[in-house]
Design a binder for this molecule. Structure first.
Ligand SMILES: N[C@@H](CCC(=O)N[C@@H](CSC=O)C(=O)NCC(=O)O)C(=O)O
Length: 285
């Protein structure tokens, strides 16, 4: 029976923002996650939204700066915010760069040495963590959605596209949409998966490629993207590639370009209500 240990709890909008640690089987290290329990959980189980954060984040960024608690309380949903990589492993090279290794797990299951034993963030966020949440908290197991920011937007997309029907809805803010064609993604996939650009195994972790062959329940993907996002102009995000691929395969993507917004949590907190509302529509249907 897995154990979880309470690290902190703060009352927020009538519910509780809590942080726990646990020993992860997939990642083989101690991990932290945030969980917001809305007041409705006192009456019984509610749906869950998983939020995947971006590069350099821990579980703390979203829960401290995302401003989501008010809307999670309003719509009666749990929000789970995991960390972004395994921690404390001391793998050589793990802390050399901010965009690879610690804080940059990229939500894939690594197949390359020396990462493949621990860097299994895909299995962690799609399997291990939901099983733990369903066991320990008043969550409705088959009512879950997923969202994320930047690297976490990529994580949310592949979680949905690789598991048709597992999630009720998906959304993202400033997501990395085509990692096999952007510098962050090429570096991560080369390190975690091995091989070089164009390798077919990279395509299995790329949402623009996965959406081309998606064959599952109808999706209604919501994306917010700031027009003043420096990572958009540096071609790290490539939302236009995902939109074009989705159009070809008939998947609905609502890409909203938000004038003047950047890549930061000021942007995320501005539009988080719309995302929670989007998920609540499908989670409560
Ligand atoms: N140090 C970097 C910038 C890192 C950064 O902006 N991280 C983003 C996610 S980027 C894609 O995944 C983030 O969410 N940061 C946390 C925050 O609280 O803002 C640089 O040098 O550019």
């Amino acid at each position: 029976m897995p154990e979880i240990t309470l690290v902190s709890q703060n009352k927020s909008f009538g519910g509780w923002q809590k942080v726990f640690t646990h020993d992860s089987v997939e990642l083989k290290c101690k991990m932290r996650f945030g969980v917001y329990l809305p007041p409705q959980t006192e009456q019984g189980p509610v749906p869950v939204i998983y939020w995947l954060s971006g590069l350099e984040c821990t579980e703390a960024n979203f829960i401290q700066k995302g401003a989501a608690q008010k809307y999670a309380a309003q719509y009666g949903v749990i929000i789970v915010a995991p960390d972004t990589s395994p921690r404390g492993l001391n793998i050589p090279g793990e802390d050399d760069d901010w965009d690879f290794g610690t804080g940059a797990g990229f939500y894939v299951d690594a197949t390359n040495e020396p990462w493949k034993n621990n860097y299994r963030m895909y299995s962690y966020v799609t399997k291990e963590l939901p099983a733990l949440i369903n066991e320990k908290f008043p969550a409705i197991p088959d009512r879950k959605s997923i969202a994320g920011h930047s690297m976490g937007g990529h994580g949310a997309f592949i979680a949905v596209l690789k598991n048709p029907g597992l999630y009720r809805s998906v959304s993202a803010m400033s997501p990395i949409c085509n990692p096999i064609n952007c510098p962050w993604g090429k570096k991560a996939f080369n390190g975690y998966l091995g091989g070089v650009e164009g390798d077919s195994k990279w395509k299995d972790w790329d949402s623009t490629e996965l959406i081309k062959k998606y064959n599952g329940p109808q999706l209604d993907i919501l994306i917010d993207q700031g027009t003043n996002d420096n990572f958009l102009t540096k071609s790290q995000l490539l939302p236009e590639n995902l939109v074009a691929a989705a159009k070809e395969s008939g998947v609905a993507v609502n890409l909203r370009l938000q004038e003047g917004y950047d890549h930061s949590y000021y942007f995320i907190s501005t539009f988080i209500e719309d995302h929670i509302k989007h998920h609540a529509k499908y989670l409560k249907a």
